[in-house]
Design a protein around this ligand. Structure first.
Ligand code: UN1
Length: 516
């Protein structure tokens, strides 16, 4: 099926020139300059966006603050009902939004739809959670006293998303923030503004029908020069949720930390697959190829390293190279469903990829497959590369870094599972990890306290493609934040401990006497 992109844009209400600032159903007439969004697939102009000025931001945050005062009093299950309806709208427009994500970001249509499915899933999750924002009842040491904890809405949540998941990460944050009683200001990546605008347009019907106040669901497309540090530094925003590189995250942590604001940081990964002698090798290979070349290696969870036991190293290496030969002809336009690997987001990414290919060789590594920029028919945008497999050692400086592109390093280990885990953990990042093994001891060691140090540790499941039901995020330079499922909702709320005296006396805690 070929995607008719003109029709998709029409269905989603994307014009040639689009306003970039919305407080819900209303769009601001901004005085900012206009930027263009081009598809990495074919280099074509998709549409233009009018950026926000600082003045627009000031107006928006004032609206957000006012809306919060109303929204926090709406019962959580009613807030959940709004999210339920947003989930229904997303279901209706899954193909169109998935296609736009594919066209603007460059992931294949299957993955574009998968991204919208993640949005739908988190909406469903949040609806249930809206009836389960539960506190804790505790035992007071004083007679006729009640001690309990509750979770209260926090306020305005800033959400800064990255180009690689241009809409799902908004949904993970927004669905939970909204049921928690917060209001959000979403600043999408300047590389994928139209997917954000389409999402905002898509939820408008629900906001209107439910009389959701303007200022609860805000979108602001702005240049970083206009809305960078100042936004982070804004004390009116108690929580900043930022997805990006570790370098960006360190800066965010410093600025928001200085004002003692809260952050959710979802930063770089250096995700490894361990393949032990007992692994189901065909399963390990299929899963790993999705992890390395899926989304053209542009997921935070993409597989960057494969750590293979020396006894099966040559076998796995050969089979992996063979598998890459099979995908050789499957690199191409995501608009055509026969392709599995699309382009990189832009020229900067292509340069980073080529630099990594060069650096790994300079450090002593060997290229086993790919590593070139593709030219010729179908690759005119200049953003396509042939996925690369390189043999390397874990200590190489390039292996210690996250290259956001389809390059994977093969690393040999000797000894037992502890030796493999030591290599795996020996990087600055700690997002996702996995171990392919049919040996129950190895599997349990991998997920034990002496095992993987990552936020995600899977057994016989690859590093990428997490479900929304678990908390998502990682340790070390990945930033420590958790989003999405499990009890990640708590981060969007403030925790409050209360003691209520329903007696006639006034006993002090710890038995203190204070008579006067
Ligand atoms: C990201 O790359 O920023 O686990 C998020 C996964 C997806 C989310 C990735 N569910 O690969």
């Amino acid at each position: 099926m070929a995607i008719d992109i003109k029709q998709v844009l029409k269905n989603l209400g994307i014009d040639q020139v689009n306003q970039g600032v919305s407080s819900g159903t209303k769009w601001f007439d901004t005085a900012g300059d206009t930027t263009a969004s081009y598809s990495p697939i074919d280099g074509e102009l998709i549409g233009k966006v009018k950026n926000a000025t600082w003045d627009d931001y000031e107006k928006l945050i004032t609206k957000a603050q006012k809306a919060f005062v109303i929204w926090r009093k709406v019962p959580a299950p009613i807030r959940g009902e709004v999210i339920r309806q947003i989930g229904l709208e997303l279901r209706k427009h899954k193909d169109d939004l998935g296609a736009l994500v594919s066209y603007e970001m460059g992931k294949i249509f299957q993955e574009g739809k998968g991204e919208v499915q993640e949005m739908i899933d988190i909406c469903d999750f949040a609806v249930g959670q809206s009836r389960l924002i539960n506190g804790v009842s505790l035992q007071s040491e004083r007679v006729d006293h009640r001690l309990f904890e509750q979770y209260q809405p926090l306020g305005v949540v800033g959400i800064v998303t990255s180009f690689n998941f241009p809409v799902a990460v908004w949904a993970w944050n927004t669905a939970l923030a909204a049921i928690a009683g917060d209001v959000v200001i979403w600043k999408p990546s300047s590389k994928t503004p139209l997917s954000a605008i389409a999402t905002q347009k898509l939820i408008q019907k629900v906001l209107k029908e439910n009389d959701v106040p303007e200022g609860v669901f805000n979108l602001i497309v702005a240049k970083s020069s206009v809305m960078g540090d100042q936004f982070l530094n804004d004390h009116r925003i108690p929580l900043m949720s930022v997805t990006g590189s570790s370098a960006v995250g360190k800066r965010v942590g410093e600025i928001v930390g200085k004002r003692l604001g809260k952050t959710i940081l979802e930063l770089g990964g250096n995700n490894a697959v361990i393949i032990t002698p007992s692994a189901d090798i065909p399963m390990a290979l299929s899963s790993t190829v999705f992890g390395t070349v899926g989304t053209a290696g542009q997921r935070c969870t993409s597989t960057r390293r494969i750590i293979i036991h020396e006894s099966i190293y040559e076998e796995v290496k050969e089979k992996l190279v063979n598998a890459y030969h099979k995908i050789k002809d499957r690199v191409g336009s995501p608009l055509d469903e026969k392709f599995l690997v699309g382009p990189l987001i832009d020229q900067g990414s292509v340069i980073n990829f080529l630099n990594a290919v060069k650096r790994v060789q300079e450090e002593g590594g060997k290229i086993l497959f790919g590593g070139e920029k593709l030219t010729g028919k179908g690759f005119e945008s200049g953003n396509y590369v042939m996925p690369c497999i390189a043999e390397a050692e874990n200590h190489y400086s390039i292996v210690q870094e996250e290259t956001f592109a389809p390059i994977v390093y093969l690393i040999k280990y000797a000894g037992d599972i502890y030796d493999a885990i030591a290599i795996q953990n020996d990087v600055p990042q700690g997002l996702s990890s996995c171990c392919f093994t049919l040996n129950v001891r190895e599997a349990e060691i991998f997920v034990s306290s002496a095992g993987s140090d990552c936020g995600i540790a899977n057994v016989n499941v690859g590093t990428s493609g997490a479900e929304i039901g678990g908390a998502f995020g990682g340790e070390k330079e990945t930033g420590g934040g958790r989003e999405s499922g499990s009890d990640a909702w708590k981060v969007y709320m403030r925790r409050q401990t209360s003691t209520v005296n329903y007696g006639t006396a006034l006993p002090l805690a710890q038995g203190i006497k204070f008579d006067f």
